[in-house]
Design a protein around this ligand. Sequence first.
Ligand SMILES: [Zn+2]
Length: 92
Amino acid sequence: MRLVKASKTSDLDVNGALHAICSTGRGRCWHCDRKLPAVEEAISAGWYVQRVDGQRVASIILVCPKCRRKRADSNRKQLLRNLSPSACDAVQ
Ligand SMILES: [Zn+2]
């Protein structure tokens, strides 16, 4: 198994990172602590790897398919709220 090569661009190789994390056997969802399954399963299920830029170092977090969907939903709601604040004040 090859290790992920550091890339010059900031693009993250999700599959490569999943492989690397799976090989450590310690991958868990950053949000719900769900254990990362075998790499083929993780990729087909939609596990996602996200780069988070910290103050000094960038770290990589794992997001399971469930939390990924949940986050996408809440981001969309947030966006809608920001786009149309008056909709929230509408009298029923
Ligand atoms: Zn999760």
